[in-house]
Design a protein around this ligand. Sequence first.
Ligand code: AMP
Ligand code: GLY
Length: 443
Amino acid sequence: MSGRLVMPTRILIVGSGGREHALAWKLSVEPGVNTVFVAPGNDAMAEEPRVRRLPDVDPLDGGAVVAAGRAVAAELVVIGPEAPLAAGVGDALGTAGSAVFGPGAAAARIESSKAFCHEVASAAGVPMARSGAFESAEEAGAFARDLAAEGRGIVVKADGLAAGKGVTVCDTPEQALPAIEVAAAAGRVVVEERLDGREASLIALCDGRDALALPIARDHKRLGDGDTGPNTGGMGAYSPVPDLPDAAADDLIDRFHRPILAELARRGTPFRGALYAGLMLTAEGPVLLECNARFGDPETQAILPRLAVPLGPLLLAAAGGRLLEAARPLGLAGARLPVLPIATVGIVLAAAGYPDAPRRDDAIEGLDRARAAGALVFHGGTARDDAGSYRTAGGRILTVVGRGPDVAVARAEAEAAVDLVAFHGVQRRHDIGADAVPLEAAR
Ligand code: AMP
Ligand code: GLY
């Protein structure tokens, strides 16, 4: 097998959001692919050529996912969201002998417990914000007061999974105490020093030991323009990031991903899957804000259209622990996968009431027009009604992606296409990619 790309012909993707739609869109047109199955998927994914839905599979039930993979003779299973990873679906597939791209629950704790992420990063020598993990609101409050006394800002996080919504970035120390009460009521609470800077997401394909970088992207976590309002799962992303060009990934993979992979392997829980480093680019250099054990959403929707190589064989090779050997014939640039010379901007359209209480079942207009305008339209939270029209059925409804020779052109295309789509109470940002200027120019 050495140096040969093995193309999976039948792939099962677990999940049903915009990220999984982008994965299905990319994988289904790759050479040698016969069918991409999505469990449970959504109605729009099934409209892609060679994509089939398995709507009755519970993505959190390892036994059901194993059975589905067997029933469709999948050669590779790709797990999209964090919840199935944390629930051990990767372990169930591994035990059943399936090739699975996605870590087991023990390695996925790098995302599912923020305290564990700090512990691993510290052992691996990877810089993170100063932090403490507390069982009681009193102790957490005392730590927050100490940070405030030093003139530091405070961030309060629920320790467990919260779909990007368990984080409160406090503008004043007074805001920290109520946020600590809320987080502590749900379990352990992590209090961190607030860092300043621009953010970037660097996601690497990992085979337990080695890592290859996907293009760097920038997400926009706050709900409102100008980074205002509550944190969300992500309201839009663009790539490349002019103040952190793709080539920076070689060094960042050495400083962040490889040490974390080595530490997880040392603990007997090697990480095979997509390791996502959320970085804050501070004046003192990049600092790790969080790790995710999966592809980002909406980063994936912006990243995959830039990838110049087939993804399926790389995911299969990573699942089998032989990523570098398989990737070499593709012509790597350092630790980076080859990319197309284009930029992308993805804008998320979220439901009224998101992130707290998304409103459902509103009719969505203009999807065909947005596609006809040249944009990619990935569905995250939609369902087709009896008349065949799409309606809202989730929090983040769509990601509309524009492409162009640079971020400004891609942004104009995305904006023009988004303006063609409408549903009641739609929430979206108007500044995704607007800050895409080299750092010298931004200062
Ligand atoms: P996390 O889920 O830990 O990545 O946090 C979600 C978002 O909260 C990040 O993308 C940042 O925008 C913000 N955030 C998290 N931790 C910090 C921190 N220590 N300093 C400043 N902002 C942070
Ligand atoms: N966009 C951030 C995440 O996927 O967690």
